[in-house]
Design a binder for this molecule. Structure first.
Ligand code: NAD
Length: 497
């Protein structure tokens, strides 16, 4: 039976009145499992209006009380975590174990944001001038919008919403219409945890809903995660309408394998980070860069034999290494890139289209290209599927240039046993996040996440202290008390001498 999903506005399910709907697939079978309402501009404005009202009282709660809501939320998620992971996996297609990791990485940012009483503390200067104290405080922005991608339907909404809410903002979430059930369930759990109705609204939709969030003057800031083309549109539109914006886009992440690397470790890393979640991760490794011919030949041989052991299966198959892609468009895109790579002259060593998969679903096996060269579209563009490309480098400097000169700059990794090489690489490489013998260097919640170049538009990263700065405005107060005022009116600019 096809489920009918709802928006979540003012603490209640809201069926939607636009008449427009999107289809949510079951990636394991290829059939439609749910219909999701897509909000009109008018419905989106109503959700914003409701958030504006709710935010006023929420901002007056003291930070410790707000933190208690986050702590209660953590307990509630924990109590139905297995169910949430199954729901996430059933709409996305990632394995249940991987879906649990998606939830876990989101919860870690909620844990970070629960430290909000400490994080919100301002600065204080005693006696900046005679009898004068100067202090700063961080105040919430008001209503903030979040637009999130399909590939982490728990983690990314929580990366955005938890710090935004902790800072005293209301949050209007526009999750991906491709796997929308988990974001709504998380909003329901926030309500149960004590979040006042309307402080977190979830509105489904496409361009019309997003553009309304970006242009409505009552929305103070926009957080976006998704493809680079849309990230750029969101950034340009939001900032042109006077909003703060942080927009995180696509990626092409390289893993450099130096001749002295532990090849077994590097192979494991490439297999996990290249094919895990069917390559549908912005921090997936999609390019392996062996340095020197001997490294390339040995690495290729190991990769081919490991790929042969991989199991592609239904997302609820506990033995599966990865499941299906999210939808038919994704499957067509990845197949298209395999044809393109061959046409461009790369060698398709393993073709993921051959193989037997469960009937009907959006399955494709792991693919491996060798002899990929910079300039080919399969190297320039994000494929976002289980496709790994080998780009061979003659030496370290050439390897360093590949990620550094690429238009994307999300993550990169180097595998080596040499500290000098690793140090030189981390300092010189032109990307936002670097792993040393770590393939997917997603930072922990109390650092921050953000790529460089066309992987990010905006100034401040996601989560960590950057997020507290993003979701608040600084107010600075210079104060003295009447008994300390000794002089009359002054017509020159005050100086603290
Ligand atoms: P997407 O760009 O298709 O969609 C992202 C969001 O934008 C969704 O909520 C979608 O409904 C909305 N949207 C789609 N078309 C729109 C339009 N024309 N105008 C306004 N909004 C629109 O991305 P996706 O396919 O859901 O996610 C995969 C992409 O996200 C990949 O490129 C991946 O690298 C990227 N991603 C980046 C990060 C990061 O932190 N840098 C993290 C996760 C995913």
């Amino acid at each position: 039976m096809i489920r009918d999903l709802t928006h979540f506005i003012a603490g209640k399910p809201h069926p939607g009145s636009s008449g427009a709907v999107g289809e949510v697939y079951d990636p394991n079978t290829g059939s439609v499992q749910a219909r999701v309402p897509l909000a009109s501009a008018q419905e989106t404005r109503e959700a914003i209006a409701d958030a504006v009202e709710a935010q006023k009282a929420w901002a007056e709660w003291n930070p410790q009380r707000r933190a208690r809501v986050l702590l209660a939320f953590l307990r509630l998620v924990e109590s139905e975590r297995a169910e949430l992971a199954r729901l996430l996996s059933a709409e996305h297609g990632k394995t249940v174990a991987d879906a649990d990791g998606d939830i876990q990485r989101g919860l870690e940012v909620v844990e970070f944001a629960a430290g909000i009483p400490h994080l919100l503390k301002g600065e204080f200067t005693d006696n900046a001038g005679t009898g004068i104290d100067v202090y700063s405080m961080r105040q919430p922005l008001g209503v903030v919008a979040g637009i999130t991608p399909f590939n982490f339907p728990a983690m990314i909404p929580l990366w955005q919403a938890a710090p935004a809410l902790a800072c005293g903002n209301a949050f209007v979430l526009k999750p991906s219409e491709r796997d929308p059930s988990v974001p709504v369930r998380l909003a329901e759990l926030f309500l149960e945890a004590g979040l006042p109705p309307g402080v977190l609204n979830v509105v489904h939709g496409g361009k019309e809903a997003v553009d309304t969030l970006l242009t409505d003057s009552r929305v103070e800031a926009a957080c976006f995660v998704g493809s680079t083309a849309i990230a750029e549109h969101v950034y340009t539109t939001a900032t042109a309408h006077g909003k703060r914006a942080q927009c995180f886009g696509g990626a092409k992440n390289h893993l450099i394998v130096m001749p002295d690397a532990d090849l077994g470790q590097a192979t494991d890393a490439l297999i996990g980070a290249g094919y895990g979640s069917a390559g549908e991760r912005c921090m997936a490794i999609s390019v392996a860069v062996p340095v020197g011919r001997a490294t390339a030949e040995a690495l290729r041989e190991r990769l081919v034999s490991r790929i042969a052991e991989l199991r592609v299966g239904r997302s609820d198959d506990q033995e599966a290494d990865f499941g299906p892609l999210v939808g038919p468009d994704a499957l067509e895109r990845v197949r298209g890139y395999l044809d393109l790579g061959v046409a461009e002259g790369a060698e398709l060593v393993v073709d993921g289209r051959s193989g037997t998969f469960p009937d009907g679903g959006f399955f494709i096996g792991p693919s491996l290209f060798d002899h990929v060269r910079p300039g080919m579209r399969i190297h320039r563009e994000e494929i976002f599927g289980p496709v790994l490309s080998i780009v061979r480098a003659d030496d370290y400097e050439q390897a360093l240039r590949l990620p550094s000169e690429h238009e994307y700059g999300n993550g990169v990794a180097i595998f080596t046993r040499d500290g000098d090489t690793a140090r030189d690489f981390t300092r010189r490489v032109n990307t936002g996040m670097v792993g040393v013998n770590v393939p997917i260097p997603v930072p922990v919640a109390y650092h921050s996440f953000g790529g460089w170049k066309r992987s990010m538009f905006g100034d401040l990263n996601q989560f960590g202290t950057d997020s507290i700065r993003f979701f608040t405005r600084t107010k600075t107060v210079t104060s003295r008390w009447p008994s300390g005022i000794r002089e009359g009116a002054s017509f020159t600019i005050p100086t603290m001498d």
